[in-house]
Design a binder for this molecule. Sequence first.
Ligand code: BGC
Length: 382
Amino acid sequence: MKKICLVLIVLLAASSFVFGKGQQGGGGGATAPSAGSGTLIGIAMPETHVRRWGKDGASLKAFAEAKGYRAEVAFGDADQAQQNRQIEGFLTQGAKLLVVGNINDGVNSVIAQAASDEVAVIAYDRLIMESADYDYYITFDNFKVGQFQGQGIEQGLNLASATAESPKYITLFAGSPTDNNSKFFFDGAMNILNPYIEKGVLKVIGPYPKTSADNDNFQRIATENWQAPLAKTRMENLLSNDARDVVLDAVLAPNDTLARAIIEACLADAKYVGGKLPVVTGQDAEFDSALSIKNGQQYMTVFKDTTKLAEAAIILADQILKNQTPNIPGASLASGSLTSIGDTGKKVVKTYLLEPVIVTKSNLSVPINAGFYPDDEAAKLR
Ligand code: BGC
């Protein structure tokens, strides 16, 4: 009996070595390290209609390969069923770790599958909600991203000197209701703007959720899957209905793709053509928006150095696969009140945060000097 047990133990140990099921992952459990030399990392990005993700995917792959991993990237086209098939494909090919920027909670079944295969998962940029089947999340401080958007409006409208007799008018947009980040962006922005609204110096045209917790109103201002045409249509409707009798001073837009769609709608309205556009916010420092800021149309953006995010995610992946305690230069482990950023509703995952930077016309040089744009684009922004 003893002999049979010994043989079994040896066989199990061997299979764990050959098939590399020994990583710390899913629900935890640390065993034999397996890293580098051709180990597959599966990279699942949510979409390509927002430009950053193409670059995130390419950077993640390049950093993984530089560390000796094999890496494959797939884009989900904002379709969770499609992304799930891509993730299942990575698992079938024997991936040992997944980096996932998900689309919605429908991803949870494949994350559970990864956990049962003992494949580690890093939630990338977007927290995977309502899952207890993974351990790590890496992102930017997204509440701060929202606060920067609020501060952009505060500064652009000089709200500190605004009066209730002559209030400023704003309309509010949020990102996809299926993306957990959207709530952080919105709540950060409203953290800055609500005091002015309460004083009566800033008036909201259209729905006014004070925070994302007002789910009914939040859904009214949200933009399913971050689709620019939806934001454009909503802006056109606002301009010809709720905002018909006022001149808007600002629009809270959650990212650059939607900001430009909103500006397009304004530019088709006689009130704003050739005149003063509202202060429109954004994030991602997309080239088209940086150019728009340079030309005095979009007011601000938030620079999130996604090359640094990708690099940090692969450092984390490498340390997980080697069973090392993560220690990532340029990213800090969320602690204290920030720990709740990693609360999926089922578990609090370890969260690593990078710092965003507010960008207006006066410091467009920040993303340019960080090498965020290819040379031909950088030249157009100088
Ligand atoms: C990201 C943003 C991006 C948006 C739409 C969010 O989760 O944090 O950078 O603009 O998704 O893709």
